[in-house]
Design a protein around this ligand. Structure first.
Ligand SMILES: Cc1ncc(C[n+]2csc(CCOP(=O)(O)OP(=O)(O)O)c2C)c(N)n1
Length: 587
């Protein structure tokens, strides 16, 4: 499953309410960059010999040998049966996938063959206990999807670090460990160019390898990612530099001649039949052979029901990049770090001070001075917050008493201050503005709080009202009038259809843009003015975390709008939107 998984596996993982991880490190591939498990109440049981991996996703940790744990679990679930619909669905996914593999193995791609066709041929030429070895590029993902393993020790893939150059050296190691097995090394042309010289050692040690070089004239996988990021595969082809750009003809590399020069017997094969015959001869040969196959870079094995977090440039003059960035911003929001009732998260403030603001639910926080149960509101719209301030160098644990959500705000700090609990009763309320600029502020960490840099508050803006208004900025250190603070706005909106607009512009009028903020969005303000308005019909909450040149919230208004501070308008009677006592009522 995951980035290199099949559609059925990914759909089932997305919906599953229980994941049993057996020996998995929950890597970026496996978890589709933390987006693979979307069921809001999914739970994890992690069987692993490494505590570090067993703790991932806040899972129930079964630090154990997999076989022992599974035997014990099997006894516990004896008699449990999933529904026949679920079984049928799995069977259907499996049949559909078998068809897809057959399609990819027989693409009849031309004039060059596809990589998937080559994998199909190698798989069919291999005997069940032959070993396939690979490490980096597009091959490992394609092999994960397509290769049909028939013996537990016949699939040797270096997924851990995807280290280019491992392939031939790794194949040599496999052959030394299992001299009776035929070893098929599949290697991209990029990886081959990094470390082909171990062919020489194979000859020296009489270790026979079947090496298959798939030549797509460059870094096909990176080129594909670059294209997916709107960047057109820049610099990923082996092309001559031409007029400043790498846009000339392909640089011809004779891989067969290179391999022959080290004593291997080497052939080039182009068609499906030539490749099959070459591999059959290679398998029967006594010494290392290299089969060089030119493949069509554009005939890629697709991804299925999955996503990989490959960040896209935030600012670009290229429309394609801007379009892909838009899509990226939508998808990256599916990345989840969750804590549901009974789970816990152990972490450390390291070289930062930290505020944990409980957005909803109840947790037990512990930092070495006993356990503290905090959090009484159901969500941000139903009460005042509870929070914890933690200085640098502080290990701490958060255990969820109920399903919960919390914000973790941090800023670099070396100050050795005291941890502190902040209860709803410690928070101070302020109503700012009048008319349709009335909003409610709930201060959590004010400038006079004994923290190093952090300042934190929540702001409730009723539907249709303006907030952070008149527009103000805090980007120069000029106390007491203004100090230089960075600030985040973390938005929650009372309904999934709701939204706010936030205008970001600077005093020099070089930048002026308006963002649409929806539930869960986070906006970072480094400088300039940043007023907000809540769409009619939807109350808007944002959490502000600020830090900068002073423990002060001093800011300067945009002079054009400064007079609006004194309109004399009546307070909007809807404010306060949230009452401290609500937190108790909803506990
Ligand atoms: C030592 C090392 N350097 C860089 C990378 C990043 N990287 C991953 S795949 C790749 C290109 C691989 O090219 P090739 O072997 O031709 O395989 P293809 O992508 O064409 O399938 C690069 C540069 C890596 N995995 N390992």
């Amino acid at each position: 499953m995951g980035v290199t998984g099949t559609p059925g596996a990914n759909i089932l993982a997305r919906e599953a309410d229980l994941i049993i991880g057996i020996g998995t490190r929950y890597s970026d591939f496996t978890t589709a960059s933390k987006t693979a498990f979307q069921n809001p109440s999914v739970q994890f049981i992690n069987i692993n010999v490494a505590e570090f991996d067993a703790a991932k996703h806040g899972g129930l940790q079964l630090v154990s040998d997999a076989k022992v744990a599974l035997e014990e679990l099997a006894a516990v679930v004896t008699g449990h049966q999933v529904s026949s619909d679920y079984e049928d669905r799995i069977a259907q996914f499996r049949t559909q996938w078998e068809k897809e593999v057959e399609r990819l193995f027989h693409l009849h791609n031309g004039p060059l063959v596809s990589q998937s066709e080559v994998i199909g041929i190698v798989n069919s030429v291999c005997a069940p206990n032959d070993v396939v070895v690979c490490a980096a590029g597009s091959l490992p993902g394609d092999l994960h999807k397509l290769w049909r393993t028939r013996d537990p020790k016949s699939y040797h893939l270096e997924y851990g670090y995807s280290c280019m150059g491992y392939e031939i050296a790794g194949g040599l190691g496999v052959k030394m460990a299992a001299p009776d097995r035929e070893v098929f090394v599949m290697v991209g042309d990029g990886s081959y160019l990094m470390m082909a010289q171990e062919i020489h050692t194979c000859l020296q040690e009489h270790c026979k390898l079947n090496i298959i070089v798939l030549d797509n004239h460059g870094f096909g996988s990176i080129g594909g990612l670059s294209q997916a990021c709107g960047s057109n595969g820049f610099g990923t082809h082996y092309r001559y530099r031409d007029g400043g750009q790498l846009s000339g003809d392909f640089v011809p590399v004779d891989f067969a001649a290179n391999a022959s020069s080290m004593g291997a017997s080497a052939v080039r094969a182009r068609t499906v039949d030539e490749i099959r015959h070459a591999l059959i001869r290679s398998r029967a040969a006594k010494q290392t052979t290299v089969t060089v196959i030119e493949v069509d870079e554009s005939a890629r094995v697709p991804g299925y029901e999955s996503w990989w977090d490959v960040p896209v440039a935030e600012v670009s003059e290229t429309k394609a990049v801007r379009d892909v960035r838009h899509d990226y911003e939508v998808k990256v929001k599916r990345e989840r770090r969750r804590l549901i009732a009974g789970q816990y998260w152990q972490t450390h403030t390291q070289d930062q001070e930290c505020v944990i603001v409980i957005l909803g639910g109840t947790v037990v926080v512990e930092w070495g001075e006993g356990a503290h149960e905090i959090g009484r509101r159901k969500d941000v719209f139903s009460g005042y917050p509870s929070a914890v301030y933690l200085p640098c160098n502080m290990p701490f644990e958060i255990a969820a008493s109920t399903n919960c959500e919390f914000a973790d705000g941090r800023v670099p700090s070396a100050a050795r201050l005291k941890p502190r609990l902040i209860t709803p009763g410690d928070c101070r309320e302020e109503i700012r503005g009048g008319g349709n600029a009335t909003r409610q502020i709930v201060d959590i960490i004010r400038p006079d709080f004994p923290a190093d840099k952090l300042m934190v508050c929540e702001v409730y803006t009723p539907s249709g009202n303006w907030s952070s208004y008149p527009p103000h900025k805090h980007d120069v250190h000029n106390p007491p009038g203004e100090v230089d603070l960075d600030e985040i706005y973390y938005y929650r909106v009372s309904h999934p259809h709701g939204y706010a607009f936030q205008r970001l512009y600077d005093a020099a009028h070089t930048r002026d843009e308006t963002l649409t903020a929806v539930d869960g969005d986070l906006v970072l303000i480094k400088d300039g003015y940043h007023p907000v308005v809540a769409a009619h019909g939807y109350d808007v909450y944002y959490l502000n975390v600020l830090a900068g040149s002073a423990r002060s919230m001093a800011a300067s208004d945009d002079p054009r709008y400064a007079h609006l501070r004194r309109t004399g308008l009546e307070r909007d009677p809807r404010v306060p939107l949230v009452h401290p006592e609500l937190s108790l009522a909803s506990s």
